[in-house]
Design a protein around this ligand. Structure first.
Ligand code: ADP
Length: 180
């Protein structure tokens, strides 16, 4: 807290689904900011494996012991959403060198749009470097064990979702769902 004013950051992403790498970044961000808003980007018209509401609920459960974390969804420019919630910073995580180019380009674009909002990047913890939502979706879709990468309630949600998709037997929506 600085001069009675809340220092807030948003942590934006798709979180489809949330995993231990994301949880670690949110918790580390809490060491620097009074409040962290985990902001789930909901792409209009894109079919995701989990809806925006489902992704928000999974993150809320994962971070339920963190009273300074708020979880919400948005579908506008990230800098506009940051301003809307009064955030001074956008938090991102960096896993591998290949993340860097995209993060760097996004940071430059966001800085041009909103020079008053800082981009703060955390280097992923070594034990989470290999974790990504897309790998989790792929492994879970084939019945593999993802319990070392994401909390039990997310594992259960993945199992349920892929059972539902298999029961529907719809190949095309199944593939779209795995992609996103
Ligand atoms: P995207 O924004 O590409 O949809 P995600 O929603 O998966 O990606 O991730 C949101 C943020 O979390 C991004 O900054 C991403 O780099 C970061 N992140 C993703 N996986 C990890 C991980 N294993 N460790 C640390 N940070 C991660």
């Amino acid at each position: 807290m600085r001069d009675n004013h809340i220092c807030c950051a948003i942590f934006p992403g798709s979180f489809n689904p949330v995993h231990y790498g994301h949880i670690d970044i949110a918790q580390r961000a809490l060491r620097m900011f009074d409040e962290v808003v985990v902001a789930v980007y909901v792409h209009p018209g894109k079919a995701n494996l989990f809806s925006g509401e489902e992704r928000v609920a999974l993150i809320q459960e994962a971070l339920r012991n963190e009273p300074r974390v708020r979880v919400a969804s948005y579908n506008k420019l990230t800098v506009d959403y940051a301003r809307e919630v009064g955030a001074h910073a956008i938090v991102r995580g960096l896993r591998v060198f290949s993340d860097f180019e995209l993060e760097f380009r996004m940071a430059l674009a966001n800085r041009r749009l909103a020079p008053d909002i800082e981009i703060v990047t955390f280097i992923a913890a070594e034990e989470h470097l290999h974790i990504s939502s897309s790998t989790i979706r792929e492994i879970a879709s084939l019945g593999g064990d993802v319990s070392s990468t994401t909390p039990p309630h997310v594992v259960a949600a993945l199992t349920r979702r892929f059972e539902e998709l298999r029961a529907q037997g719809s190949n095309s929506s199944y593939m779209v769902s795995i992609d996103g």
